[in-house]
Design a protein around this ligand. Structure first.
Ligand code: CP
Length: 305
């Protein structure tokens, strides 16, 4: 019997598979603009979208991707399921397995998506956990690849909180052989566990200085200072991260054609200013659009290989 495949962590993919996703996403993007869609990929499968956290991009892009590939999305607001009243993950997973042909999950603990994947016979996809955001980062590397062509020549600098987006950027860079810098306060730096699990740790440089890597950065990436689940630390975080705001002063010595990236939603006036996010270097809307094409390519890989 063919083994099912999940995407729980970007490290579930190798470099060849990631480039296969990029090529397929490029084709899906081109074909969608021509009005060509592929209803045979999911062939009437019902795919659940179980979300414990809010979402605009991930939810809508997955729903549209599933519909355009011939499946039916079934949105599951976790607060309305019996899971919110104490039904176990295992029992919920076994039940959903009876109805669905796949599950996309956004939750807190990485172990939760792993448990779902254990009890569900069809593909399970991580749509963000506190540890990882693989679909986002695949769309981000695809965006950089579209713009800069050769990823091996690119230097990415991530500025701000070393959160799930930062973790996944580091792992993606490690798989693809891309140099990556992280500028972040010591209290919120990259965990030792992340660094130790890299295959090529020499790709990663870390500094507390937000200006340290600007002049060598082809990509400057930031994200919220207060991720979903960190709200109790909001005040202290906003104080600590203030020097890490991506603004005109910070990027003054960046290469003129650097790309500004943000996975969104942005907190304008906090981690980024209007001038930068709306400026000529910003590719945030291409990133957001590419979520759709890349997720289609992920679904294609998981269901058709
Ligand atoms: N970037 C991202 O995951 O956006 P949403 O939270 O809106 O899904």
């Amino acid at each position: 019997m063919k083994q099912k495949r999940d995407l729980l962590d970007i490290r579930d993919l190798n470099e060849t598979e990631i480039y296969r996703i990029f090529e397929k996403a490029k084709l899906f993007k081109y074909e969608r603009k021509k009005g060509i869609i592929h209803q045979d990929v999911l062939n009437k499968k019902c795919i659940g979208l179980l979300f414990r956290k809010p979402s605009s991009r991930t939810r809508v892009s997955f729903e549209v991707a599933i519909i355009e590939l011939g499946g039916s999305p079934v949105f599951l607001d976790a607060s309305k399921l019996q899971i919110s009243r104490g039904e176990t993950i295992q029992d919920t997973a076994k039940t959903l397995n009876l109805y669905l042909g796949g599950l996309v999950i956004r939750t807190y603990e990485q172990s939760e998506v792993e448990t779902f994947a254990q009890y569900i016979d069809s593909p399970v996809i991580n749509a963000l956990t506190d540890f990882s955001h693989p679909c986002q980062i695949l769309a981000d590397f695809f965006t950089i690849w579209e713009k800069k062509k050769n990823l091996k020549d690119v230097v990415i600098t991530y500025i701000g909180d070393a959160n799930n987006v930062c973790n996944t950027l580091i792992f993606g860079a490690d798989i693809l052989g891309v140099r990556i810098n992280v500028s972040c306060p010591a209290k919120y730096t990259v965990s030792k566990k992340i660094i130790e699990s890299m295959k090529n740790p020499s790709l990663l440089k870390i500094s507390e200085d937000p200006y340290a890597f600007i002049s060598e950065s082809d990509v400057i990436y930031t994200d919220t200072w207060v991720s979903m689940g960190d709200e109790s630390e909001k005040q202290v975080r906003e104080e600590i991260f203030r020097p890490y705001q991506v603004n005109e002063k910070l990027v003054k010595n960046a290469p003129p054609d650097f790309l500004f990236m943000h996975c969104l939603p942005a907190h304008r006036g906090q981690e980024v200013t209007d001038e930068i996010i709306d400026g000529k270097n910003s590719v945030v809307w291409q990133q957001a659009e590419n979520r759709l094409h890349v997720q289609k390519a992920i679904l294609y890989l998981l269901y058709n290989s």
